[in-house]
Design a protein around this ligand. Sequence first.
Ligand code: HPA
Length: 250
Amino acid sequence: MARVVSDPTRVPFGRLPGFVRTSVEGHDGCFVLGRVGGVEVLVQSGRLHLYEGAEPDAVAAPVRVGRRLGAEMLIVTNAVGGIRCDLHPGGIVLVEDHLNLMFRPVLTVPPLEGEAPFPDLGRPYDPGLMALAKSIAREMDIELPLGVYGAVAGPSFETPAEVRALAAAGADVVGMSTVPEVTVARAGGQRVLALSVVTNWAAGLAVGPISHADTLHHAEEGGRVLATLLTRLVGALPAGAPATGAERSG
Ligand code: HPA
């Protein structure tokens, strides 16, 4: 997404006091401020993950920066393993709900100013933004199936038994990010949209091992389509609706 921002100003996370640099290959770490269409955006390129040993507060810090700067919505992208049989590598999924199977609290206690202590996650993903994404996908003639995101802590990929358990629990895709950021955004009252690029079949669903190199390859492929979709989507937002975006990664 960072590549479609006009008049970009890059701020590497390493230059921001209190920000921790991400350590994963392919996960650049910086903010890019600028415009997409007529809309002001703060793009978070790269993210921290709980599996890097980061505290949930550090993972969600960019979301809080966005909120303080006036971002009314958060658009999250991520990479996932496909569990449902129609969600194949290279495809994009519109996240309709999630399962937090990271097994740790992701909110600050006591809550930070402006955040609900027990946020309602009855509708974590905004129906209006989802409808807009759907209509843009139709215009682009691309499939945008809905799916439930199963969030695990990682960093190992799942075992086949875990993937069967995730499927039985209702997950359509599995990933290692997103839930901390979405939870903090909802606690702070932001509208949220999340889109996943399927980078591999989840464990046990394809022949051969899953590799980080393969996930990067399919992330690139799906990421190009996703960047077009998001550019059009942000350009179609009502004026005066600043957005933050978290770039696709694990
Ligand atoms: N599992 C968990 N996270 C992932 C996967 C996966 O198969 N692919 C990309 N991120």
